[in-house]
Design a protein around this ligand. Structure first.
Ligand code: SF4
Length: 427
C-alpha cells in the first residue's frame, strides 16, 4: 500500500462537511491513521501538497462547495494546479453542487467528482488510492472520458449512527446532525434532491453519546443540524413530539441544567405548521433559546403553492402569533424573487412581513437562487425592483429585517450567467 495524505481545501462555508468526512476517516480501522490537513486558501493547499509530495506520499485534495461558490473555487483550483502539478495528486470534488452538476465541475478542472453522500465513499476512495486501484470502479464516482461524462451511479445513502457527526480526533467539531433527507419537496431546495425524500434520524442514544463527548471536551453550547427541527423521529409530515422530547430530555440529562441547548434555531429551522401550543410548550421546557427560526418563504399563497411548500401564508401568521404568545421571538425566513412571482405576490409578501414585524417577529430576507439539482434550477434569478429594495431597506433600518438578500441578488445573477455559459459550451 502506498502512503497517502489527505488535504481538505478548507473554507468557512462548507467546513462542517469536511469535519464529517474527517470523522468518517478517523473512525475507520483502515483509514484512521491517514494524515489529514485543513488548508485554508489556495496558497495553504499548495504548501500542504508540496509537503506531502516531499514525504513521498500520494495526495488527495478534497473540495466541497455550494453552488454560489463554484466559480471562485474553480479559479482556486486553477491556481493550485498552476503552482503544483504531479501525477500523484488527485483533485476530487464532492457535495451538493458537484453531485448536481458533475459534468461542469469536471470541465472546470477537477479530476473526479464524488456524487452523493461522502462518508463511506471517502473511505473507499482513500483505500483505493493507497492500493493503486481504479477509483472509477467505485459507486458514486464521475469522470470525463474522451470529453464525455461517465459516471458510476451515486454513493449509497447511509445511516447516520454509523458515522461520527464531526472529526473528534482532529478537534473539528460542529452541530450534531440529527436528521438527513427531507420528505418535503420545496422546489427551490437542494436537500431532498441530494439527501433523499425521506428522513433518516440519528438515534437518541447516538446523539447522547456525542453530547457526552462534547461535555467532556468543555463545550457549553449544543446545536443540531436538521432540515426541519420538529420532524425528529417521524417519517411523515406529522411531528412525533414524543420522539422530540426523548431527544431533548436525553441531551439535557447529558449536559446538565446550565449548559445551553439550542433547538429550532440556528442552524436549523421549524416549519410553520409545526409551531403549535404543544410543540412550543415542549420547547420551552427543554431549550435555552427564545428565538425560533420559522420557514415562511412567501406571503403569497399562489407562490407558496407553486413552490410546493405545503403550507399557506395564514399558517405563517398563526405560527408567529403562537410563538410570541409562548414567549419566543420568531425569526421568519423569506425568499424573495421566487419563480412566477408577480407584483401582487411581492406586495402580499411585503405586507405579511409588516404584519409579522408588528406582532414582534423579525424577518430574515433571502433572494431566490436557482440552485442546480432542484426543479427550479432553470428559473430566472431572483430580482427585486427598486421600490421593493427601498421597503426592505426601510425594515432593515428599523432592525426588523436582516440577511444577505442584497448580496444574494448579485450571486443569483452570477449563478445564472455561469449556468448559461456552461449550457452554451455544451451545445
Ligand atoms: S426547504 Fe426545508 S422543508 Fe423544504 S425541502 Fe428544503 S429542507 Fe425540506
Amino acid at each position: 500500500m502506498s502512503s497517502l495524505s489527505v488535504i481538505w481545501a478548507y473554507r468557512r462555508t462548507g467546513k462542517f462537511a469536511f469535519h464529517v468526512l474527517t470523522g468518517a476517516l478517523e473512525s475507520d480501522q483502515h483509514c484512521g491513521e491517514l494524515p489529514i490537513e485543513f488548508a485554508n486558501g489556495p496558497a495553504a493547499v499548495v504548501t500542504a501538497v508540496q509537503r506531502a509530495l516531499l514525504r513521498g506520499h500520494k495526495v488527495l485534495v478534497g473540495w466541497s462547495f455550494y453552488s454560489p461558490d463554484f466559480a471562485q473555487l474553480a479559479l482556486e483550483l486553477q491556481e493550485v494546479r498552476a503552482a503544483v502539478s504531479d501525477e500523484r495528486i488527485l483533485h476530487i470534488a464532492g457535495g451538493v453542487h458537484a453531485t448536481a452538476e458533475p459534468e461542469s465541475t469536471l470541465r472546470a478542472g477537477w479530476d473526479l467528482v464524488a456524487c452523493g453522500e461522502g462518508e463511506r465513499l471517502i473511505r473507499e476512495v482513500t483505500t483505493s488510492m493507497r492500493k493503486g486501484d481504479d477509483l472509477r470502479a467505485l459507486p458514486g464516482i464521475a469522470w470525463l472520458e474522451n470529453g464525455m461524462l461517465r459516471r458510476n451511479g451515486r454513493a449509497e445513502r447511509l445511516s447516520l449512527d454509523e458515522f461520527p457527526p464531526f472529526g473528534p480526533a482532529h478537534g473539528r467539531h460542529g452541530p450534531i446532525e440529527i436528521t438527513r433527507g427531507c420528505i418535503y419537496a420545496c422546489r427551490f431546495c437542494q436537500t431532498p434532491y441530494f439527501a433523499g425524500a425521506n428522513f433518516r434520524h440519528r438515534s437518541v442514544a447516538n446523539i447522547r453519546h456525542w453530547a457526552r463527548f462534547l461535555v467532556a471536551h468543555g463545550f457549553r453550547d449544543f446545536r443540531f443540524l436538521t432540515p426541519t427541527s420538529m420532524s425528529y423521529g417521524t417519517q411523515t409530515a406529522e411531528p412525533d413530539l414524543g420522539a422530540v422530547e426523548a431527544l431533548l430530555a436525553g441531551v439535557r440529562e447529558e449536559i446538565g441544567p446550565d449548559r445551553k441547548l439550542w433547538f429550532g434555531t440556528f442552524p436549523s429551522e421549524v416549519r410553520p405548521e409545526h409551531v403549535t401550543p404543544s410543540s412550543l410548550q415542549l420547547l420551552k421546557k427543554w431549550v435555552s433559546n427564545r428565538a425560533l427560526i420559522v420557514g415562511g418563504q412567501s406571503g403569497s399563497d399562489r407562490v407558496l403553492a407553486a413552490s410546493e411548500r405545503g403550507h399557506d401564508s395564514a399558517c405563517i401568521e398563526r405560527a408567529v402569533a403562537l410563538a410570541v404568545e409562548h414567549g419566543f421571538v420568531p425569526h421568519v425566513d423569506f425568499l424573495l424573487g421566487l419563480p412566477g412571482e408577480e407584483p401582487d405576490d411581492v406586495e402580499a409578501t411585503l405586507q405579511l412581513m409588516d404584519r409579522l414585524v408588528e406582532r414582534g417577529a423579525k424577518v430574515h430576507g433571502h433572494t431566490f437562487l436557482p440552485l442546480p439539482g432542484t426543479p427550479f434550477r432553470k428559473a430566472a434569478p431572483g430580482t427585486l425592483t427598486a421600490p421593493v429594495r427601498t421597503r426592505l431597506r426601510n425594515l432593515a433600518s428599523k432592525g426588523k429585517l436582516y440577511g444577505q438578500w442584497e448580496q444574494q441578488e448579485v450571486t443569483a445573477r452570477e449563478l445564472v450567467q455561469g449556468r448559461d455559459v456552461d449550457v452554451r459550451k455544451n451545445l
